[in-house]
Design a protein around this ligand. Structure first.
Ligand code: ADP
Ligand code: MG
Length: 339
Protein backbone atom coordinates (compact mmCIF):
# COMPACT_ATOMS: atom_id res chain seq x y z
CA UNK A 1 0.00 0.00 0.00
CA UNK A 2 1.50 3.32 -1.06
CA UNK A 3 1.07 6.07 1.48
CA UNK A 4 0.08 9.53 0.34
CA UNK A 5 3.45 10.84 1.42
CA UNK A 6 5.18 8.27 -0.83
CA UNK A 7 2.87 9.27 -3.67
CA UNK A 8 3.78 12.89 -3.11
CA UNK A 9 7.52 12.16 -3.33
CA UNK A 10 7.04 9.94 -6.36
CA UNK A 11 5.14 12.74 -8.16
CA UNK A 12 7.72 15.27 -7.10
CA UNK A 13 10.48 13.00 -8.45
CA UNK A 14 8.66 12.62 -11.78
CA UNK A 15 8.10 16.35 -11.99
CA UNK A 16 11.77 17.13 -11.33
CA UNK A 17 12.87 14.55 -13.91
CA UNK A 18 10.52 16.07 -16.45
CA UNK A 19 11.58 19.61 -15.65
CA UNK A 20 15.24 18.68 -16.03
CA UNK A 21 14.72 16.94 -19.38
CA UNK A 22 12.56 19.76 -20.78
CA UNK A 23 14.96 22.51 -19.74
CA UNK A 24 16.68 23.59 -22.93
CA UNK A 25 20.39 22.96 -22.57
CA UNK A 26 21.91 26.29 -23.47
CA UNK A 27 25.54 26.17 -24.36
CA UNK A 28 28.14 28.31 -22.68
CA UNK A 29 29.63 30.63 -25.26
CA UNK A 30 33.30 31.53 -25.14
CA UNK A 31 33.54 35.30 -25.43
CA UNK A 32 36.71 37.35 -25.81
CA UNK A 33 37.06 41.12 -25.47
CA UNK A 34 40.23 43.13 -25.82
CA UNK A 35 41.60 46.59 -26.30
CA UNK A 36 43.93 49.16 -24.84
CA UNK A 37 43.86 50.90 -21.51
CA UNK A 38 46.27 52.56 -19.09
CA UNK A 39 49.04 52.49 -21.68
CA UNK A 40 48.80 48.71 -22.04
CA UNK A 41 46.52 45.96 -23.37
CA UNK A 42 43.54 44.34 -21.77
CA UNK A 43 42.18 40.91 -22.60
CA UNK A 44 39.03 39.41 -21.11
CA UNK A 45 37.84 35.86 -21.73
CA UNK A 46 34.62 34.53 -20.25
CA UNK A 47 31.94 31.91 -20.61
CA UNK A 48 28.31 32.92 -20.73
CA UNK A 49 25.00 31.85 -22.24
CA UNK A 50 24.34 35.47 -23.05
CA UNK A 51 26.12 36.88 -26.09
CA UNK A 52 25.32 40.57 -25.38
CA UNK A 53 28.23 42.85 -26.17
CA UNK A 54 29.75 43.96 -22.86
CA UNK A 55 32.67 45.82 -24.42
CA UNK A 56 31.08 49.31 -24.41
CA UNK A 57 30.30 49.03 -20.69
CA UNK A 58 33.80 47.71 -19.94
CA UNK A 59 35.45 50.46 -21.99
CA UNK A 60 33.48 53.10 -20.19
CA UNK A 61 34.44 51.60 -16.80
CA UNK A 62 38.10 51.66 -17.83
CA UNK A 63 37.80 55.27 -19.03
CA UNK A 64 36.21 56.28 -15.78
CA UNK A 65 39.01 54.51 -14.03
CA UNK A 66 41.62 56.48 -15.98
CA UNK A 67 39.92 59.75 -15.18
CA UNK A 68 40.44 58.90 -11.51
CA UNK A 69 43.79 57.18 -11.28
CA UNK A 70 45.90 57.93 -14.35
CA UNK A 71 48.92 60.17 -13.81
CA UNK A 72 49.12 60.39 -17.61
CA UNK A 73 45.84 62.34 -17.81
CA UNK A 74 46.27 65.97 -16.74
CA UNK A 75 42.64 66.23 -15.64
CA UNK A 76 42.40 63.01 -13.68
CA UNK A 77 41.67 63.22 -9.97
CA UNK A 78 45.19 62.06 -9.12
CA UNK A 79 46.83 64.65 -11.43
CA UNK A 80 44.72 67.44 -10.02
CA UNK A 81 45.62 66.33 -6.48
CA UNK A 82 49.28 66.34 -7.46
CA UNK A 83 48.84 69.88 -8.81
CA UNK A 84 47.14 70.93 -5.57
CA UNK A 85 43.86 71.85 -7.27
CA UNK A 86 41.71 73.04 -4.34
CA UNK A 87 38.48 71.95 -6.04
CA UNK A 88 39.26 68.28 -6.53
CA UNK A 89 37.77 65.57 -4.35
CA UNK A 90 38.46 61.86 -4.15
CA UNK A 91 35.81 59.54 -5.56
CA UNK A 92 35.16 56.00 -4.27
CA UNK A 93 37.78 54.41 -6.57
CA UNK A 94 40.44 56.93 -5.54
CA UNK A 95 39.70 56.27 -1.90
CA UNK A 96 39.75 52.48 -2.22
CA UNK A 97 43.17 52.58 -3.89
CA UNK A 98 44.48 55.04 -1.34
CA UNK A 99 43.45 52.90 1.64
CA UNK A 100 44.97 49.74 0.14
CA UNK A 101 48.17 51.61 -0.78
CA UNK A 102 48.66 52.85 2.78
CA UNK A 103 47.86 49.39 4.15
CA UNK A 104 50.51 47.73 1.94
CA UNK A 105 53.03 50.49 2.79
CA UNK A 106 52.52 49.80 6.48
CA UNK A 107 52.84 46.02 6.00
CA UNK A 108 55.99 46.34 3.85
CA UNK A 109 57.65 48.99 5.95
CA UNK A 110 57.44 51.47 3.09
CA UNK A 111 58.86 49.29 0.29
CA UNK A 112 55.58 50.04 -1.47
CA UNK A 113 54.92 53.77 -1.33
CA UNK A 114 52.71 55.88 -3.61
CA UNK A 115 54.56 59.06 -2.58
CA UNK A 116 57.45 58.07 -4.86
CA UNK A 117 55.71 60.23 -7.52
CA UNK A 118 58.32 63.04 -7.63
CA UNK A 119 61.14 60.51 -7.90
CA UNK A 120 59.33 58.56 -10.63
CA UNK A 121 59.09 61.78 -12.64
CA UNK A 122 62.67 62.84 -11.96
CA UNK A 123 64.01 59.45 -13.04
CA UNK A 124 62.09 59.83 -16.29
CA UNK A 125 59.23 57.37 -15.82
CA UNK A 126 56.46 59.95 -15.79
CA UNK A 127 55.22 62.35 -18.43
CA UNK A 128 58.20 64.70 -18.23
CA UNK A 129 61.75 64.16 -19.51
CA UNK A 130 64.15 62.73 -17.03
CA UNK A 131 66.33 65.07 -15.03
CA UNK A 132 70.07 64.77 -14.67
CA UNK A 133 70.10 62.68 -11.53
CA UNK A 134 72.86 62.62 -8.93
CA UNK A 135 73.05 62.13 -5.18
CA UNK A 136 72.26 65.80 -4.65
CA UNK A 137 69.03 65.69 -6.68
CA UNK A 138 67.99 62.42 -5.03
CA UNK A 139 68.62 63.94 -1.59
CA UNK A 140 66.51 66.96 -2.47
CA UNK A 141 63.56 64.74 -3.49
CA UNK A 142 63.74 62.15 -0.69
CA UNK A 143 61.98 64.44 1.84
CA UNK A 144 58.94 64.30 -0.48
CA UNK A 145 58.69 60.53 -0.02
CA UNK A 146 56.89 58.86 2.88
CA UNK A 147 53.41 57.37 3.04
CA UNK A 148 52.87 58.91 6.48
CA UNK A 149 53.16 62.37 4.86
CA UNK A 150 49.80 62.07 3.04
CA UNK A 151 46.28 61.63 4.39
CA UNK A 152 42.84 61.53 2.89
CA UNK A 153 40.50 63.70 4.93
CA UNK A 154 36.89 64.09 3.79
CA UNK A 155 37.94 63.45 0.20
CA UNK A 156 40.84 65.92 0.28
CA UNK A 157 44.44 64.82 -0.04
CA UNK A 158 46.34 66.46 2.80
CA UNK A 159 50.13 66.60 2.25
CA UNK A 160 52.85 67.74 4.62
CA UNK A 161 54.52 69.41 1.59
CA UNK A 162 52.65 70.60 -1.53
CA UNK A 163 55.44 69.24 -3.77
CA UNK A 164 54.59 65.64 -2.81
CA UNK A 165 53.25 63.70 -5.81
CA UNK A 166 51.42 60.42 -5.50
CA UNK A 167 51.60 57.66 -8.09
CA UNK A 168 49.00 54.87 -8.42
CA UNK A 169 50.69 53.07 -11.31
CA UNK A 170 51.89 50.14 -9.20
CA UNK A 171 48.40 49.34 -7.90
CA UNK A 172 45.77 50.89 -10.23
CA UNK A 173 45.96 48.23 -12.94
CA UNK A 174 45.32 45.55 -10.33
CA UNK A 175 42.33 47.44 -9.01
CA UNK A 176 40.99 48.01 -12.54
CA UNK A 177 41.02 44.21 -12.94
CA UNK A 178 38.99 43.86 -9.71
CA UNK A 179 36.51 46.51 -10.90
CA UNK A 180 35.95 44.65 -14.19
CA UNK A 181 35.64 41.43 -12.18
CA UNK A 182 32.90 42.97 -10.02
CA UNK A 183 31.14 44.11 -13.18
CA UNK A 184 31.20 40.58 -14.66
CA UNK A 185 29.99 39.19 -11.31
CA UNK A 186 27.06 41.60 -11.50
CA UNK A 187 26.22 40.09 -14.91
CA UNK A 188 26.12 36.62 -13.30
CA UNK A 189 29.20 35.55 -15.26
CA UNK A 190 30.83 32.84 -13.19
CA UNK A 191 33.81 31.85 -15.29
CA UNK A 192 36.24 34.50 -16.52
CA UNK A 193 39.84 35.55 -16.90
CA UNK A 194 40.70 39.25 -16.90
CA UNK A 195 44.19 40.42 -17.84
CA UNK A 196 45.27 44.05 -17.86
CA UNK A 197 48.94 44.30 -18.76
CA UNK A 198 49.87 41.18 -16.81
CA UNK A 199 47.60 41.76 -13.81
CA UNK A 200 45.21 38.83 -13.88
CA UNK A 201 42.06 37.68 -12.08
CA UNK A 202 40.65 34.19 -12.67
CA UNK A 203 37.11 33.41 -11.53
CA UNK A 204 35.53 29.97 -11.39
CA UNK A 205 36.46 27.10 -13.63
CA UNK A 206 36.02 26.66 -17.34
CA UNK A 207 32.95 24.61 -18.45
CA UNK A 208 35.17 21.53 -18.86
CA UNK A 209 36.09 21.81 -15.13
CA UNK A 210 39.59 22.93 -16.04
CA UNK A 211 41.20 25.72 -14.09
CA UNK A 212 42.37 28.85 -15.86
CA UNK A 213 46.02 28.70 -16.81
CA UNK A 214 48.18 31.78 -16.64
CA UNK A 215 51.76 31.90 -17.88
CA UNK A 216 54.66 33.54 -16.07
CA UNK A 217 56.98 35.00 -18.65
CA UNK A 218 60.66 34.19 -18.84
CA UNK A 219 62.51 37.49 -18.32
CA UNK A 220 64.38 38.59 -21.42
CA UNK A 221 67.65 40.45 -21.93
CA UNK A 222 66.05 43.19 -24.05
CA UNK A 223 62.63 44.74 -23.59
CA UNK A 224 61.45 43.77 -27.09
CA UNK A 225 62.76 40.19 -27.18
CA UNK A 226 60.21 37.50 -27.99
CA UNK A 227 58.26 36.25 -25.03
CA UNK A 228 58.65 32.71 -23.76
CA UNK A 229 57.16 30.89 -20.80
CA UNK A 230 58.90 30.25 -17.49
CA UNK A 231 56.01 28.51 -15.71
CA UNK A 232 52.26 28.07 -15.85
CA UNK A 233 49.96 28.58 -12.86
CA UNK A 234 46.51 27.00 -12.60
CA UNK A 235 44.04 29.36 -10.99
CA UNK A 236 40.49 29.42 -9.73
CA UNK A 237 39.11 32.41 -7.81
CA UNK A 238 42.56 33.90 -7.53
CA UNK A 239 44.53 36.88 -8.80
CA UNK A 240 48.13 36.99 -9.93
CA UNK A 241 50.30 40.01 -10.59
CA UNK A 242 53.81 40.13 -11.98
CA UNK A 243 56.20 43.06 -11.64
CA UNK A 244 59.44 43.05 -13.53
CA UNK A 245 62.58 45.02 -14.15
CA UNK A 246 63.17 43.72 -17.67
CA UNK A 247 60.54 45.56 -19.71
CA UNK A 248 60.29 49.11 -18.44
CA UNK A 249 63.78 50.47 -18.00
CA UNK A 250 66.36 52.57 -19.78
CA UNK A 251 70.11 52.28 -20.06
CA UNK A 252 72.59 55.09 -19.57
CA UNK A 253 76.36 54.61 -19.57
CA UNK A 254 75.82 50.86 -19.40
CA UNK A 255 73.67 51.10 -16.28
CA UNK A 256 70.11 49.82 -16.32
CA UNK A 257 67.49 51.98 -14.59
CA UNK A 258 64.26 50.14 -13.85
CA UNK A 259 60.95 51.86 -13.22
CA UNK A 260 60.69 50.53 -9.67
CA UNK A 261 62.03 53.03 -7.17
CA UNK A 262 63.34 52.07 -3.75
CA UNK A 263 61.65 54.63 -1.48
CA UNK A 264 64.37 54.13 1.14
CA UNK A 265 67.21 55.54 -1.00
CA UNK A 266 65.42 57.21 -3.91
CA UNK A 267 67.15 55.12 -6.61
CA UNK A 268 65.72 52.68 -9.15
CA UNK A 269 66.17 49.16 -7.75
CA UNK A 270 69.40 47.56 -8.85
CA UNK A 271 69.42 44.07 -7.36
CA UNK A 272 69.33 40.73 -9.15
CA UNK A 273 65.54 40.22 -9.11
CA UNK A 274 64.11 40.12 -12.63
CA UNK A 275 60.46 39.52 -11.85
CA UNK A 276 58.12 38.73 -8.99
CA UNK A 277 54.69 37.15 -9.28
CA UNK A 278 52.30 37.34 -6.34
CA UNK A 279 49.04 35.47 -5.74
CA UNK A 280 46.17 37.00 -3.78
CA UNK A 281 42.40 36.81 -3.60
CA UNK A 282 42.11 40.23 -5.25
CA UNK A 283 44.28 41.72 -7.95
CA UNK A 284 44.90 45.08 -6.25
CA UNK A 285 46.62 43.32 -3.33
CA UNK A 286 48.65 41.13 -5.69
CA UNK A 287 49.72 44.18 -7.74
CA UNK A 288 50.85 46.25 -4.78
CA UNK A 289 52.79 43.37 -3.18
CA UNK A 290 54.45 42.45 -6.49
CA UNK A 291 55.92 45.96 -6.63
CA UNK A 292 56.89 45.79 -2.95
CA UNK A 293 58.74 42.49 -3.54
CA UNK A 294 60.51 44.04 -6.54
CA UNK A 295 61.81 46.68 -4.14
CA UNK A 296 62.81 44.12 -1.49
CA UNK A 297 64.48 41.74 -3.92
CA UNK A 298 64.72 38.01 -3.38
CA UNK A 299 66.94 38.05 -0.26
CA UNK A 300 64.93 40.56 1.76
CA UNK A 301 61.78 39.11 0.22
CA UNK A 302 62.58 35.71 1.76
CA UNK A 303 63.04 37.30 5.19
CA UNK A 304 59.74 39.16 4.79
CA UNK A 305 57.96 35.94 3.78
CA UNK A 306 59.18 34.24 6.97
CA UNK A 307 56.93 36.66 8.87
CA UNK A 308 54.10 36.84 6.32
CA UNK A 309 53.19 33.24 5.64
CA UNK A 310 49.91 34.12 3.93
CA UNK A 311 51.60 35.45 0.78
CA UNK A 312 52.47 33.20 -2.16
CA UNK A 313 55.30 34.50 -4.31
CA UNK A 314 57.44 33.38 -7.29
CA UNK A 315 60.78 35.17 -7.79
CA UNK A 316 62.94 35.02 -10.91
CA UNK A 317 66.45 36.38 -10.36
CA UNK A 318 70.01 36.02 -11.56
CA UNK A 319 72.77 34.37 -9.58
CA UNK A 320 76.21 36.06 -9.37
CA UNK A 321 77.34 33.98 -12.40
CA UNK A 322 74.32 35.26 -14.35
CA UNK A 323 72.26 32.10 -14.46
CA UNK A 324 68.50 32.47 -14.12
CA UNK A 325 67.24 31.19 -10.78
CA UNK A 326 63.80 30.85 -9.23
CA UNK A 327 62.51 30.86 -5.69
CA UNK A 328 58.88 30.20 -4.83
CA UNK A 329 56.77 29.57 -1.78
CA UNK A 330 55.14 26.18 -1.08
CA UNK A 331 51.62 27.52 -1.68
CA UNK A 332 52.71 28.86 -5.05
CA UNK A 333 54.30 25.55 -5.97
CA UNK A 334 50.98 23.75 -5.40
CA UNK A 335 49.38 25.78 -8.18
CA UNK A 336 52.16 25.34 -10.73
CA UNK A 337 51.22 23.20 -13.70
CA UNK A 338 53.30 20.02 -13.74
CA UNK A 339 55.21 19.60 -16.98
P1 ADP B 1 55.00 46.46 -13.62
O1 ADP B 1 53.93 45.49 -13.24
O2 ADP B 1 54.85 47.04 -15.00
O3 ADP B 1 56.38 45.98 -13.34
P2 ADP B 1 54.45 47.89 -11.17
O4 ADP B 1 53.11 47.41 -10.77
O5 ADP B 1 55.57 47.37 -10.35
O6 ADP B 1 54.71 47.71 -12.71
O7 ADP B 1 54.43 49.48 -11.08
C1 ADP B 1 55.55 50.23 -11.42
C2 ADP B 1 55.17 51.70 -11.38
O8 ADP B 1 54.82 52.05 -10.03
C3 ADP B 1 56.33 52.63 -11.72
O9 ADP B 1 56.33 52.94 -13.11
C4 ADP B 1 56.04 53.84 -10.88
O10 ADP B 1 55.11 54.68 -11.51
C5 ADP B 1 55.43 53.26 -9.61
N1 ADP B 1 56.40 52.91 -8.56
C6 ADP B 1 57.75 52.76 -8.68
N2 ADP B 1 58.30 52.40 -7.51
C7 ADP B 1 57.28 52.30 -6.62
C8 ADP B 1 57.22 51.95 -5.24
N3 ADP B 1 58.31 51.62 -4.53
N4 ADP B 1 56.01 51.96 -4.63
C9 ADP B 1 54.89 52.29 -5.32
N5 ADP B 1 54.89 52.63 -6.62
C10 ADP B 1 56.07 52.63 -7.27
MG1 MG C 1 52.39 46.57 -9.00
Amino acid sequence: MISSIQKFFFCLFLYLMLAASCKPHKEQLLIKIGGETQGTYYAITYYSQDSSDLQPAIDSLLNRFDSTASTYKPNSIISRMNNNDPNVKADAMFETIFRKAIDVSEKTDGAFDITVGSLVYAWGFGLSNRLKMNQHSVDSLLPLVGYEKVKLEKGKLVKTDPRIRIDYNAIAQGYAVDVIGAFLDSKQIESYLIDIGGEVLARGEKPDDEKWSVAIEKPTQNADDDRSIQAVVLLEDMAISTSGSYRKFYEENGIRYSHTIDPANGYPVKHSTLSVSVLAKDCMTADAFATAFMVMGVENGKIFLEKHKNLEVYFIYTSPDNTIMTYYTKGFEKLLKKV
